[in-house]
Design a binder for this molecule. Structure first.
Ligand SMILES: *Cc1c(COP(=O)(O)O)cnc(C)c1O
Length: 465
C-alpha cells in the first residue's frame, strides 16, 4: 500500500522541480536541447544501478529528476521551434498526474464512468465545433497516426463492408497528395490495401491539392481498375503548414460520392480562432476528420480525436465482438471504436485545459502562435539572402538562406543547443522549417535565429572569427 508521507513528499519534489524547470525553460537561459550520447546519459543518470538496486528516496529522486529534465528537450523554451508538439499547459499536466494515480482505463464505461463521460462530452464539444453536431460520432485515441488509421478503417468499412470478415478486395485506392502525413500511407499498408494503392493527387508547387484536377485523378483510379476508398486533404500539411481548399475538395467528393477524410491533426485547432476559422471552411463536408490535442490544444502526447460526420460510420469500423466486454447495459463503451483496448484518460487533460482557459483561451493560444510565425516570415523577408516560398497560414514557416545546405545549417544550430528546428522538402528543395509552439517565443528569439543563420551561412563572417 502507498506510504502517503513519502508520496506527498515526492509529489512536492515533482511540483517544485517542474515549476523550476518550466520557469528556466521559458526564460531561455539554458540550452533547448542537449545531445549527450545514450551510453553517457545512462551513466550520468545512474540508470543501471537504480534498475538493479532500487531504493530511491524523495531526495535522491529530486537529483534524478533534475538531471533527467535537464538532458531532455525543452518544449517551453523560446528557441524550441522543432516538431509540432505542445508546450503543455499545466491543467493538462494535472490530468496526466491524476490518471497516473487513479488509472481508469475507461474504454468500457464500468472501468471509469467519470473518465468516459468526460471523454464523451469533450468529443461532443469537438463535433459541435467542427459542425458535425448531434449526428456525428467520435473517439479519442493515442495520437494522430492511430486516429488516421481508425478513420480509414471506417472508410474501408463503408467501401468494402465485407473486408473485416473476408479480407480486403484488391481494387481499393486511397487518393492523397504527396504532402500528406506518412501515417496515411502506413495506414493503407496496415489496412491491407498495400502502399501501391495510395494514388497521388495533383498538387500545386507548394504541395496543395489542385481542385481543378481532381476529376483527372479519379479517372486515373478508374483506369487502373480501382475504386476510391477515400480521398485525403491536409488541414494543414505537416511540412508547409498550408491548408488545402476543404470546400472545393469536399464538394467534389460529395458529387463523386467519394469518402472525404480531412487530416486536421495539426490545424483543426484553428477552428477556435475567429480570424483563422476560414482556413477550415468546408470542414463540415468531411466524412471523417482527425484532430490532435497534443499539438495546438496544449496537452501532453498523446491525445487525438477521430470524428465522423455520421456516428454509425465509426461504429462500423471495428466489427469484432468480445462478449465479455460488449454488454453495454449502461453508458457507452468506446472500446468498440478504437484499436486500443485499455486506454488512458485522454479526455481529462483536454477537459482541464478547456475548463481552465475556455475555448477562447485555447483559440487565443492558436492565434498567437500563428501570429508569431507570421512575424518570423515578415522579419525573414526583410533580410537579404532569406527566401520564403510562401506566406505562412499557420505556425509553420519554411525558408532558405543563401546557398547553404539546410541540413547542415540545422545541425550547426542545434549543436550548441541554441535552437531546435527542423527541415522540410518543398518542390524538391530542402528548406529550414520553424514551428512556433511555445508561448515564450518572441521577436527577440526570431531575430536571434535569423542573425545566427546569416552568420552560419556567410563564409566571410566565419573566417573572420
Ligand atoms: C502530427 C501529424 C500526424 C501524426 O500525429 P501523431 O499524433 O504524431 O501520431 C498526422 N497528420 C498530420 C497532418 C500531422 O501534422
Amino acid at each position: 500500500m502507498w506510504n502517503f508521507e513519502e508520496f506527498v513528499r515526492a509529489a512536492g519534489v515533482t511540483v517544485d522541480e517542474l515549476a523550476a524547470y518550466v520557469a528556466e525553460s521559458q526564460a531561455g537561459a539554458v540550452p533547448v536541447i542537449r545531445r549527450r550520447p545514450p551510453g553517457e546519459l545512462a551513466e550520468r543518470l545512474g540508470l543501471a544501478r537504480w534498475i538493479r538496486e532500487g531504493g530511491m528516496t524523495a531526495e535522491a529522486y529530486r537529483e534524478f529528476l533534475r538531471g533527467y529534465l535537464a538532458e531532455g528537450t525543452r518544449m517551453h523554451h523560446p528557441a524550441y521551434l522543432g516538431h509540432q508538439i505542445a508546450a503543455p499547459d499545466f491543467p493538462a499536466a494535472l490530468g496526466d498526474f491524476v490518471h497516473g494515480a487513479a488509472n481508469n482505463p475507461m474504454a468500457v464505461y464500468e472501468m471509469g464512468a467519470s473518465a468516459a463521460t468526460v471523454e464523451f462530452e469533450v468529443l461532443r464539444w469537438m463535433l459541435d465545433t467542427v459542425g458535425f453536431g448531434e449526428a456525428g460520432g467520435g473517439v479519442l485515441t493515442h495520437g494522430g497516426s492511430l486516429a488516421n488509421l481508425t478513420a480509414l478503417l471506417a472508410a474501408r468499412a463503408a467501401a468494402a463492408p465485407g473486408a473485416w470478415t473476408d479480407g480486403v478486395p484488391g481494387d481499393l485506392a486511397l487518393l492523397a497528395p504527396a504532402s500528406a502525413h506518412y501515417s496515411l500511407s502506413r495506414a493503407a499498408a496496415i489496412l491491407g490495401l498495400g502502399e501501391r494503392a495510395v494514388m497521388p493527387l495533383d498538387v500545386d508547387g507548394l504541395g496543395r491539392v489542385d481542385v481543378a484536377r481532381l476529376p483527372d485523378a479519379l479517372e486515373r483510379v478508374r483506369e487502373a481498375g480501382r475504386r476510391p476508398m477515400a480521398l485525403v486533404a491536409n488541414a494543414c500539411a505537416t511540412g508547409t503548414g498550408l491548408y488545402d481548399d476543404l470546400r472545393g475538395i469536399g464538394e467534389f467528393c460529395a458529387a463523386a460520392d467519394v469518402w472525404f477524410h480531412v487530416d486536421g491533426a495539426h490545424g483543426a485547432s484553428a477552428l477556435l480562432a475567429a480570424e483563422h476559422r476560414h482556413l477550415l471552411d468546408g470542414i463540415e463536408l468531411a466524412d471523417s476528420l482527425i484532430w490532435d490535442a497534443h499539438k495546438m490544444l496544449r496537452t501532453s502526447s498523446l491525445a487525438a480525436a477521430v470524428l465522423t460526420r455520421r456516428e454509425g460510420d465509426l461504429d462500423a469500423a471495428f466489427q469484432q465482438r468480445a462478449s465479455y466486454l460488449f454488454y453495454g447495459e449502461q453508458g457507452f463503451d468506446l472500446i468498440g471504436r478504437t484499436v486500443e483496448c485499455s486506454k488512458a484518460e485522454l479526455g481529462l487533460k483536454i477537459f482541464l485545459n478547456l475548463a481552465w482557459r475556455g475555448e477562447r483561451g485555447l483559440g487565443e493560444h492558436v492565434a498567437r502562435r500563428y501570429a508569431t510565425a507570421h512575424r518570423f516570415w515578415e522579419l525573414a523577408r526583410e533580410r537579404p539572402g532569406f527566401e520564403c516560398p510562401y506566406e505562412p497560414e499557420s505556425n509553420i514557416v519554411c525558408f532558405r538562406y543563401g546557398t547553404g545546405d539546410p541540413v547542415d545549417v540545422r545541425e550547426r544550430l542545434m549543436a550548441d543547443g541554441a535552437f531546435q528546428l527542423t527541415s522540410a522538402e518543398i518542390g524538391g528543395a530542402r528548406h529550414l522549417r520553424v514551428t512556433v509552439m511555445a508561448p515564450a517565443t518572441d521577436d527577440k528569439t526570431l531575430e536571434a535565429l535569423l542573425d545566427r543563420i546569416a552568420e552560419l551561412g556567410n563564409p566571410r563572417i566565419q573566417e573572420g572569427r
